[in-house]
Ligand binder design. Sequence first.
Ligand SMILES: Cc1cc2nc3c(=O)[nH]c(=O)nc-3n(C[C@H](O)[C@H](O)[C@H](O)COP(=O)(O)OP(=O)(O)OC[C@H]3O[C@@H](n4cnc5c(N)ncnc54)[C@H](O)[C@@H]3O)c2cc1C
Length: 251
Amino acid sequence: MLLTQKAVAEGARALIYLTAQKADLLQRGKTEEERKEADELLGFLTPIAKAFLTEIGYEAANLGMQVFGGHGYISEWGMEQNVRDARIGMIYEGTTGIQALDLLGRKVLMTQGESLKGFTKQVHTFCKENADNEQMKPFIEPLAELNKEWGDLTMKVGMTAMKNREEVGAASVDYLMYSGYAVFAYLWARMAKVAQDKLAEGTSEELFYTAKVQTARFYFTRMLPRTKAHAVSMMAGADTLLDMPEEAFAL
Ligand SMILES: Cc1cc2nc3c(=O)[nH]c(=O)nc-3n(C[C@H](O)[C@H](O)[C@H](O)COP(=O)(O)OP(=O)(O)OC[C@H]3O[C@@H](n4cnc5c(N)ncnc54)[C@H](O)[C@@H]3O)c2cc1C
């Protein structure tokens, strides 16, 4: 439970820094090309930052309550207030459902996958740069596979959406969560690389950087597999969501 909270808090901070960097480049980039690229990446990352981070932030807050056991539920500890405060994020950041439609419908499919490619290209470059690094293997191999699968799934969802528009809505939340875990995989691999380099060159903050690598390993082995369930679910089609007549919900 503590490792999940750590992986979420530090991964989320990294994603916020990345989006903030793009916002700076959008305003202060030296060339028109650099500003345009920052704009596109910022557009792509924003619904992920808003919805994925609020979803897993809520999960982390819930785990923060759970580690206290019964005491976590008692208001004096402040944990139940954390959970309530975290719960609003998934609503007042525009809601997960709407952010997911924005990501898949507007950002990804309306650009024929170009905005996704802008991001996966960076992941691909990072994987290539570290392909021969033995220590990075446990991160680079799954990341490269995921990066390819992300593109393949997007193509498949795009094809089904051309036949039936409802498929976009049906796939969108799983697509957003899958994308969030994929972005986190890239960020955790980058953090592991920095930490491994620091440890190799010698540092006074050994515990800090060792913990980074350990958290990255935890993320890749224990959290990233969630993408598999989201991949299956996003391809399950719209029928099961639409078959039931409205009156049946009142039964
Ligand atoms: C405490 C608080 C502070 C707020 N502060 C601000 C603020 O500072 N600025 C601001 O602009 N807004 C603010 N809001 C408003 C907030 O952005 C909205 O509550 C939010 O966008 C959701 O809109 P709604 O409440 O009308 O829900 P609805 O739009 O009715 O959504 C209800 C549910 O249906 C889902 N849904 C809606 N449409 C679709 C669709 N087409 N397909 C699939 N699912 C769908 C949504 O995802 C959601 O789960 C705040 C809200 C609260 C509660």
